[in-house]
Design a protein around this ligand. Structure first.
Ligand SMILES: Cc1cc2nc3c(=O)[nH]c(=O)nc-3n(C[C@H](O)[C@H](O)[C@H](O)COP(=O)(O)OP(=O)(O)OC[C@H]3O[C@@H](n4cnc5c(N)ncnc54)[C@H](O)[C@@H]3O)c2cc1C
Length: 304
């Protein structure tokens, strides 16, 4: 079986999920070809154990993200079973490539087995779906759900220039300026809920976020009632996040919130109610008022 992996990047280098995509292919006994959009991280990708070839796809279209242009440029070098990260960019490019090739797509897989048998949570995590795909397909894998491959290869890097074939390029993107990380892309998230008391009190979470390089998220209660931006909302009707660490502060842990963050690698909950449902999914819990816990956390983190 041939595996093609669409690399995920973060700034000018590879995102750690790329090694997880390679690890997933290796766990099925397959080597893989890694495609690096815009050439980002190609040299790094070539060193991941299990990578047999790297294709650095370059062209004007990679200067800014445009799903249609990226999919056109990447599609021509894809082959076999295509794996991408279940990130906002990965999902969009994967869906467009599946449509172009007329092959099935399964989004947000959390397990792969021979066959290919694909497991993924559905209905906000209330049920688990297992499907089997015979032949070529596109699968996006949930970040942090798969073991990353280690370094240990020295694969050749081929460069494919798509400038002549893909002429769409976004010249300017006007986005609302925000100095904060997006929760969908962050490796650490600290989220606040109604228990924080007021929108002004989010500044305490922002101070912790600044120390540890985290994004700040929110429950729907806070978004609906206090007017926090919807882009910060985690959950069934917000964003699904899979950071390495999710810190939930003053969040009760309603099923709709948990649906968006339960796949985080580690969950730390801070809540004054020892019976709050959030403790049911948390790896670590602090039963306390946030007014006591957050200053102590800040001092401890600043001392690291
Ligand atoms: C169709 C649908 C979709 C939904 N989608 C989402 C979604 O995407 N995301 C989402 O979050 N919700 C969603 N909800 C809403 C969800 O059901 C809950 O109402 C919401 O998550 C509750 O937010 P909360 O935990 O901030 O508030 P609460 O449930 O009010 O919890 C506040 C918590 O703060 C604790 N607390 C209070 N004071 C302190 C203190 N000083 N220190 C520490 N802890 C304190 C309390 O013990 C409590 O556990 C959805 C609901 C529906 C019906």
């Amino acid at each position: 079986m041939t595996f093609t992996i669409i690399a995920e990047s973060a700034g000018d280098s590879l995102h750690p999920t790329t090694a997880q995509l390679v690890g997933a292919a290796s766990s099925l006994g397959n080597g893989s070809t890694v495609i690096c959009p815009g050439g980002i991280g190609a040299a790094e990708a070539a060193t991941i154990a299990g990578v047999e070839k790297v294709i650095s796809v370059v062209g004007d279209c990679f200067s800014t993200f445009d799903g249609g242009a990226w999919a056109s440029a990447i599609n021509s070098v894809c082959n076999g079973v295509i794996l991408a990260s279940a990130s906002p960019i990965g999902r969009e490019v994967a869906a467009r490539i599946a449509a172009k090739r007329g092959i099935p797509i399964v989004q947000d897989a959390t397990e792969l087995a021979d066959g290919i048998t694909i497991t993924r949570p559905i209905y906000s995590g209330k049920a688990v779906e297992t499907s089997t795909v015979a032949g070529d397909c596109v699968i996006t894998l949930r970040p942090n759900a798969f073991e990353a491959a280690e370094e240990g290869a020295s694969a050749p890097v081929n460069i494919v220039d798509q400038s002549a074939d893909v002429t769409i390029a976004v010249k300017e993107a006007i986005a609302k300026a925000s100095e904060r990380l997006d929760v969908a892309e962050a490796d650490i998230i600290i989220s606040g809920g109604r228990g924080i008391g007021s929108i002004e009190n989010f500044s305490h979470l922002e101070e912790v976020a600044d120390i540890i390089g985290a994004a700040v998220g929110a429950s729907r209660a806070v978004v609906d009632e206090w007017g926090m931006p919807h882009s910060m909302q985690v959950g069934q009707t917000g964003k699904t996040v899979t950071p390495s660490l999710y810190i939930a502060v003053g969040i009760s842990g309603a099923i709709q919130h948990i649906a968006g963050m339960r796949s985080s690698k580690f969950i730390l909950a801070i809540n004054k109610d020892p019976d709050a449902p959030i403790f049911g999914v948390a790896d670590y819990g602090i039963v306390a008022n946030w007014e006591e816990a957050i200053p102590a956390l800040k001092i401890a983190l600043a001392a690291l």
